[in-house]
Design a protein around this ligand. Structure first.
Ligand SMILES: [Zn+2]
Length: 310
C-alpha cells in the first residue's frame, strides 16, 4: 500500500507558468487518482534525464485527500469529505469538538492547499480533483460552469457534464472555484472509471497529462498521443457534452436501493423504474442517460440523469 502523506509530491523547474493543484483520494475507496498522481510525479522526475529538452512551466503539487478513510478503504469515516466544504463548517474549524474525523481531514487538506495558493506569485491557478465511480461504463469530467473551466474539461477528451458540480453541496471544487478568493481558480473533477478497474489509473494519468498540456505546464510536442488515444477510445459512443437534468438525493433513513445493473451513460426511458426507497418506487422523470448510480453503502447521491447536448 502507498504511504499516506498529505503532499504526495510537487514538481517545478522554476519556469513561469501555472500552478496546477491535483487532489486524489478525497474519497477513501478511490485509490486510482492517488496511484496516478504518484506515477506522474515519478515520470516528471525522470523525464528531463531521458529527454533533455523537456520543460515544465509553473509548478505542480499533488495532494492526498482523506488519509484515515484511505487507510480504511472506505468512502469516508463519519462524513463525506467532499460534501463538507460549506461556509458554516469552514467557520468552525478551530472548534476542537467539531474539527474531528473527516472534518479534521478537510482542515488539514485546506491548510496545505491554501499554503500553496498564498505563496503563489505566478500565473493562473488550476485545481483538478480525481475520482472514480462504483458503476462501470464511463469516464467524464465535471467542470465548474465557467468558460475557462469548461475549456480545460473539453480538452481532456472525455464527456463533459455541465450543471452537476453546482448541484452537489459542499464540494472542494466549489469552495475553491466559486467562493470568494483573492486569486481566481479554475477547476474540474475528473472521473476516470470504476474504483477497482486498473485502467482507471491509466485514464487518470492521461486526463491529468492532457490537462497539463491545455493549461500550458508542458509543451504539446512533449505529450505522447497515446494519452489522447486512451481517453478517446474509452469515450467512443459517449456524448461529448451533456447537461444535468435530474439529481436524486438520498435522505437519512430513506433505505434507498438502486435497481441492479445500471451503468454510467446507460439510456433510461421516462417512467422506467430506477430505484426504490421507503416512500416507494422511484421512476425516471424524463428520458435521459444514467450517471453515478448508487451501488455503495455510503454517500447521499442516489443517481443523476443527464441529457446529451453534443
Ligand atoms: Zn469520489
Amino acid at each position: 500500500m502507498q504511504k499516506l502523506k498529505r503532499i504526495l509530491g510537487s514538481y517545478t523547474q522554476g519556469l513561469n507558468g501555472p500552478l496546477l493543484l491535483c487532489v486524489g483520494g478525497l474519497h477513501g475507496n478511490e485509490w486510482a487518482g492517488i496511484k496516478a498522481l504518484d506515477l506522474i510525479m515519478k515520470m516528471l522526475e525522470v523525464e528531463p534525464i531521458t529527454n533533455p529538452s523537456f520543460k515544465f512551466f509553473g509548478k505542480m503539487v499533488c495532494f492526498m485527500g482523506n488519509l484515515p478513510a484511505l487507510k480504511a478503504g472506505k468512502r469516508y469515516i463519519r462524513r463525506d469529505l467532499n460534501r463538507l466544504w460549506k461556509p458554516e463548517h469552514l467557520k468552525r474549524l478551530r472548534d476542537p469538538n467539531f474539527c474531528r474525523h473527516d472534518v479534521r481531514e478537510m482542515a488539514k487538506l485546506k491548510q496545505a492547499i491554501d499554503r500553496e495558493i498564498r505563496h503563489w506569485e505566478g500565473d493562473e491557478i488550476y485545481l483538478i480533483d480525481l475520482h472514480t465511480t462504483t458503476a462501470t461504463g464511463g469516464i467524464f469530467c465535471l467542470p465548474v460552469d465557467t468558460k475557462p473551466s469548461i475549456e480545460v474539461a473539453k480538452e481532456m477528451n472525455a464527456p463533459v457534464i455541465l450543471g452537476l458540480v453546482e448541484r452537489l453541496e459542499g464540494t472542494m471544487l466549489q469552495h475553491y472555484t466559486i467562493g470568494d478568493h483573492s486569486k481566481p481558480i479554475k477547476g474540474v473533477v475528473f472521473e476516470s472509471g470504476q474504483h477497482y478497474d486498473p485502467l482507471s489509473i491509466n485514464r487518470s494519468i492521461a486526463g491529468v497529462i492532457n490537462c497539463m498540456r491545455t493549461v500550458g505546464s508542458v509543451l504539446p510536442e512533449h505529450v505522447v498521443n497515446r494519452h489522447d488515444q486512451l481517453l478517446i477510445s474509452y469515450s467512443k459512443g459517449l456524448p461529448k457534452v451533456a447537461r444535468l437534468i435530474y439529481a436524486h438525493r438520498i435522505k437519512w433513513g430513506d433505505r434507498f436501493v438502486m435497481q441492479p445493473g445500471y451503468e454510467n451513460f446507460q439510456m433510461v426511458r421516462k417512467g422506467e423504474l430506477l430505484a426504490k426507497d421507503r416512500h416507494g418506487e422511484i421512476r425516471a422523470v424524463e428520458n435521459g442517460l444514467m450517471l453515478m448510480p448508487h451501488y455503495q453503502k455510503q454517500g447521499n447521491d442516489g443517481f443523476f440523469l443527464v441529457h446529451k447536448i453534443s
